[in-house]
Design a protein around this ligand. Structure first.
Ligand code: ADP
Ligand code: MG
Length: 907
């Protein structure tokens, strides 16, 4: 109430912001007179002058008006485009690190040049993020002319570049690229072993185009680099043996058919713990202690495999393999695998070979990647409906910027039908009418399947059309650019062709380029002239017929996506129309339309084959959409809290790792790790306030031999009068320090420094990788453990923290151990590189994935082989001296089937 009153009196916050920006526009425009007479040379000279002024203490903001005017003048000369005043406002919004909402077709590509140029003057690099490679290339080439004219360099990062090419592109003043490429480069950089191998510079400023799609729709899509796990097939089999017994008693678990979930009952929880212990699978602590997260994960997946999955229903067994059956088509899906260890659990259940699992080596969500930039800005046609989310999660304010000329598109009320079939009938009818009068139409669908359905209906009626499905960006840009020709019918899913302009009458430049096979030269010029004339004539026809008609075939969960579709029509003041067709069978109506809607429709009297059109319905739908949007936002917010835990740990690890890489001499760090490792071993053997006869000195002696490779008569220390814990520790430390010094002297201190660094980084990566797997398991298991009134998020945080500390302890111990055993093996064969692949979760194509990642040099990149006791080929699995390399949670190499830490690795 008050807010509305305040708005009436003082205008909205958005209006006030606009006024403030508007106030600066005259000053920018005033520069035009002074800049226009300058020669190209003199105009370019401004860049140096701006830089000089920055060096003397001017701020970027001081330069804004002059710099924006300079860019406008340059764009006029090289592109023949003069930035509109509203585009100047957009530029200011972006410069301030906010989101500029500017409608489709308002020229956001050109807007970006203003803040990009201004911020690039600072020399720290500016990243412009697009949704696909095609747009990155297009915008970099197009706008790169302006930057180049002003003396700035532009790079573009696309799929398939080498590291050298990437490094060169990142070194440019301005770098265009997709969110995927930027994110993967970040992850890959943090797996490198030398600073000079990295490709990115420190982040400064990014502008994200189509920011809603990247920071809302895809926010939680993780970029993942994955590789095979250490073999845990044995654990699957051993857990399976227990589970086969366990499920015989139905009182031990409860299954929910609808949700396809299964949970243990209280009795089940007790029984499984006991059974695992009896089988020797659970050997340490309670089942739900942090050390057992991986075991719990195996148990959960095994339970699901036994209770929820039936042979010959969900899967079949063929040729020693589990093959999934598609639940809709009943077809066998050769090669597809369930994720997260479920497939392995099924393999164990059916006694076929358990295939190795893939694990995450590094991952980051877009959300967290973009939060790494000190200054972030975004632009899109549709952000206002998600303004709260941008503010709350990214601290990004949304400013709605008015269009350059008023929108003339007419957004018609929705038409609601009883069934989907009736709805499609009406859609096809309207398409036919449009085509008959020469009006182009764009038909939006929510999925590729639905696009194909409409396509088949159109074919049956002999209506010519094009179908886009957001797969081949470049080709699709070519098609959608012509979607405004008279009578054109284009069917597209939401993302298809995004970022490409639909010009009424068609796109003469693209037609000419397609015909001439180039975008310059006499052939091109001739074709262009011809197509221009033709496009002009067509444009008049299309305007006459009402402009582009956007036809929605369903309402999306989010209003923003619907607005995006509508916005493709009516650009730059063109005529146009939009209408959505709905049916009571649509997902949104079924799930969220609720009884009120049903009642309302009854009142209005909905009959077969007839539509209902009423403003009420639009209101009710909007309400339903708002409800869903709020729910989705909550889900994202909640998941973010889980992400944050790993995110904090990753930042810590990456910055620590970087510090290690930058250091010349890590010997102090290494010595500290050695002392802490010894301290931990001694603490374990000599508990606080324990009597000497309770000390486990024999165990300590064994551990000292295993970890440090030292033969010390520790067990005999107990005989000495008055010896205490401190003395024991000091003696071990002294012996270890002496051994380390001897090693260094033998190898040479300089080499030793390199070996230390190499070992530290490699072991760090190894323990971090193991830790990521454990976090995955912890997270998947946490939902199932929410009994006892404990908050799962808090539990997760607490345990993740404990696991992180375990990881650090593991790191110190392994580094200490390796370095005390390092030998100079000049001709040792380098260890085989680990197969690693990049997986973009949305397009998991293995070939594409494989080409995107060159494995990190497993040998450490120093040309030095670290030979722990022996080289890999000579390892005798029965020789305990080689076992210190086994991860503590891996099966013991002696073949006992126990975990290493419970067998020969026991402390
Ligand atoms: P958006 O990303 O906002 O949807 P684009 O950047 O794709 O829009 O630009 C749409 C069209 O508008 C392009 O054809 C571009 O050439 C044109 N355009 C942009 N700015 C101007 C301008 N100041 N004057 C004339 N045309 C412009
Ligand atoms: Mg755009």
């Amino acid at each position: 109430m008050f807010a509305r009153l305040a708005r009436a009196l003082f205008g909205s916050a958005n209006d006030r912001a606009l006024k403030r920006y508007q106030a600066r526009v005259p000053a920018i425009n005033a520069w035009e007179e002074k800049l226009a007479p300058l020669s190209d040379e003199a105009l370019r000279g401004r860049t140096e002058e701006f830089r000089a002024r920055l060096a003397q203490g001017a701020t970027l903001d001081d330069l804004l008006e002059e710099a924006f005017a300079t860019v406008r003048e340059a764009a006029k000369r090289v592109l023949g485009l003069r930035h509109f005043d509203v585009q100047m406002i957009g530029g200011m919004v972006l410069h301030e690190g906010k989101i500029a909402e500017m409608k489709t077709g308002e020229g956001k590509t050109l807007v970006a040049t203003l803040p990009v140029y201004l911020n690039a003057l600072a020399g720290k690099g500016v990243h412009v993020v697009t949704v696909n490679d095609y747009l990155a290339k297009r915008d970099a080439e197009w706008m790169g002319e302006v930057y180049g004219f002003l003396g700035l360099s532009t790079g573009v990062i696309v799929h398939g570049l080498t590291d050298d090419q990437r490094r060169a592109a990142y070194a440019c003043d301005i770098t265009y690229g997709t969110n995927n490429e930027f994110g993967f480069d970040y992850l890959r950089d943090n797996m490198k072993y030398r600073l000079e191998d990295m490709v990115q510079r420190p982040f400064a400023y990014a502008i994200v185009d189509e920011v809603d799609s990247i920071l809302v729709d895809e926010a939680r899509t993780p970029l993942i680099i994955s590789g095979p796990t250490d073999d845990t097939s044995d654990l699957y089999r051993r857990v399976d043996a227990v589970m086969a017994e366990f499920v015989k008693d139905p009182e031990r678990f409860e299954k929910d058919e609808k949700q396809r979930t299964v949970a243990m009952t209280e009795k089940g929880g007790e029984d499984i713990e006991r059974m695992l212990r009896e089988a020797g699978v659970l050997t340490e602590g309670d089942l739900y202690d942090p050390v057992n997260v991986s075991l719990v994960h195996h148990v959960n997946q095994s339970l699901r495999a036994h209770v929820l999955f039936k042979r010959d229903v969900e899967y079949v067994v063929r040729n020693d393999k589990i093959v999934i059956i598609d639940e809709f088509t009943g077809r066998m899906m050769e090669g597809r695998r369930y994720s997260d260890g479920l497939h392995q659990a099924l393999e164990a259940k059916e006694h076929v070979t358990v295939q190795p699992e893939n694990q995450t080596l590094a991952s980051i969500t877009f959300q967290n990647y973009f939060r790494l930039y000190p200054k972030l800005a975004g632009m899109t046609g549709t952000a206002a409906t998600e303004a709260d989310e941008f503010m709350e999660i990214y601290k990004l304010e949304v400013v709605e910027i008015p269009t350059n000329v008023p929108v003339r598109r007419v957004d018609q009320d929705d038409e609601v039908y009883r069934t989907a079939a009736e709805k499609y009938e009406a859609v096809i009818k309207l398409i036919g009418e449009c085509q008959a009068r020469g009006q182009p139409c764009l038909v939006g669908t929510t999925s590729i399947e639905k696009s194909e359905l409409i396509s088949s209906l159109l074919k049956r009626r002999g209506i010519a059309h094009n179908v886009l499905n957001a797969r081949y960006h470049e080709q699709e840009a070519g098609i959608i650019a012509q979607a405004g020709r008279p009578g054109a019918v284009t069917i597209a899913t939401n993302m298809a062709g995004r970022g490409t302009d639909i010009k009424l009458g068609g796109n003469a430049e693209m037609l000419a380029r397609a015909e001439a096979g180039a975008d310059e030269g006499p052939a091109y010029e001739a074709a262009l002239a011809r197509h221009k004339a033709e496009v002009e004539a067509n444009k008049a026809k299309v305007m006459e017929a009402g402009g582009l008609f956007v036809i929605g075939t369903e309402r999306h969960e989010s209003r923003r996506i619907d607005n995006q579709l509508r916005g493709r029509s009516g650009r730059q003041g063109d005529p146009g129309a939009s209408r959505f067709f709905l049916s009571l069978e649509d997902d949104l109506m079924r799930i969220f339309g609720s009884d009120r809607m049903g009642g309302m429709l009854q009142k209005l009297g909905l009959k077969e084959g007839e539509a209902i059109v009423h403003p009420w319905i639009n209101k009710a739908l909007e309400k339903a959409q708002k409800k869903v949007e709020a729910r989705n936002f909550d889900t994202r917010k909640n998941l973010l809290k889980y992400d944050d835990v790993m995110n904090d740990q990753r930042r810590e690890v990456y910055s620590q790792r970087r510090a290690f890489m930058e250091a010349d001499d890590l010997s102090e760090t290494i010595a500290e790790m050695r002392r802490e490792t010894i301290g931990a071993m001694v603490d374990r053997a000599i508990p606080e306030n324990a009597y000497p006869e309770q000390w486990d000195l024999a165990g300590l002696e064994r551990r000292v031999k295993e970890v440090l490779g030292l033969d010390l008569p520790i067990a005999a220390y107990a005989q000495e009068e008055g010896i205490d814990e401190v003395q024991v520790r000091e003696r071990i430390e002294a012996a270890a320090d002496a051994a380390a010094a001897a090693k260094a002297a033998n190898i040479g201190p300089e080499f030793m420094r390199m070996v230390e660094k190499s070992v530290l980084l490699q072991v760090f990566d190894q323990v971090w990788k193991e830790h990521l797997l454990q976090l995955d398991h912890l997270r998947q298991g946490i939902g199932l453990r929410a009994y006892g009134q404990r908050d799962p998020l808090n539990e997760y945080k607490r345990e993740a923290f404990a696991l992180f500390n375990n990881m650090l302890e593991e790191l110190r111990e392994r580094v200490t151990s390796l370095l005390l055993r390092v030998e100079f093996a000049a001709d040792a064969p380098p260890p085989p590189p680990e197969p690693v692949r990049v997986m973009d979760m949305r397009h998991p194509s293995p070939e594409e994935a494989a080409s995107a990642f060159e494995p990190a040099p497993a040998g450490g990149g120093y040309g030095l082989a670290v030979a722990p006791a022996r080289t890999a080929t000579e390892v005798d699995p029965n020789d305990p001296a080689t076992w210190h390399r086994t991860p503590r949670n891996a099966p013991c190499p002696c073949g006992s089937g126990k975990k290493y830490k419970h067998c020969h690795g026991k402390g």
